[in-house]
Design a protein around this ligand. Structure first.
Ligand code: MN
Length: 235
């Protein structure tokens, strides 16, 4: 039979249980979050319109983040909050059930996190310093690089990305990936990437991908690319 004291003790335990987060909550892993843009949605006008930027960031990128968190929480909770580059690079080490979700949504989160930083308002200077030298050594001239990069972007069949990566035999190389794959999945180091999914340009450029990538080249943030190149050299 319960005494008054038992009842009080039990009530106190109940209150304590409410006040203290359950163990699962206390051990909860950090979720991935949508990064803020380093500029306003209209900052890249007229090259990339504000409506495209807004939908691209708040809907498409947000969906990659949400779907990545959901998949990891369900099937690989220990991977929540891991370094994003390592998570994407090593997605094949994860439980098989979650690999496709991480490849697509982790890749999407990583690609877009870099993509926003790889752009800046139109009218900036082109590559300079060590980066310009490496481009000359690899592609002959900066124009030679531009031609090869834009051809890769235009020629990627279906959705995907074109990249400038650290090269194997030359300092730099151009690469393409399908869907949301990232060059890190092939052990490569990306320095610049252009999103050629239709969601990146269709509102303004309709089906004219070549016109979009030619214009897009004018918003490349070469300082950011140079930083990545300098960091890649220090590895
Ligand atoms: Mn995109």
């Amino acid at each position: 039979m319960l005494t008054r004291r038992d009842v009080l003790r039990s009530a106190a335990a109940g209150a304590a249980a409410l006040a203290v987060p359950p163990l699962a909550r206390a051990g909860q892993k950090k979720e991935f979050t949508l990064p803020k843009l380093p500029y306003a949605y209209e900052a890249l006008e007229p090259v990339v319109d504000a409506e495209t930027m807004t939908i691209h960031h708040t809907k498409h990128h947000q969906a990659y983040v949400d779907n990545l968190n959901k998949a990891l929480a369900a099937d690989a909770p220990d991977a929540l909050g891991k370094d994003l580059v390592e998570l994407v690079r090593d997605y094949k080490k994860l439980p098989e059930k979650v690999q496709t979700a991480v490849r697509n949504n982790g890749g999407g989160h990583l690609n877009h996190t870099w993509f926003w930083q790889m752009m800046t308002k139109p009218g900036g200077a082109g590559p300079k310093g060590d980066l310009a030298k490496a481009i000359d050594a690899s592609f002959g001239t900066v124009d030679g690089f531009k031609k090869e990069f834009l051809a890769a972007a235009t020629g990627q069949f279906g959705s995907g990305w074109a990249w400038l990566v650290v090269g194997k035999d030359k300092p730099l190389a151009v690469a393409k990936t399908a869907n949301q794959d990232n060059p890190v999945m092939d052990g490569q180091t990306p320095l610049l990437g252009v999103d050629v999914w239709e969601h990146a340009y269709y509102l303004k450029y309709r089906n004219l991908r070549a016109k979009y990538v030619e214009a897009w080249y004018g918003v490349v943030n070469w300082d950011f690319v140079a930083d990545l190149f300098a960091k890649a050299g220090k590895k």
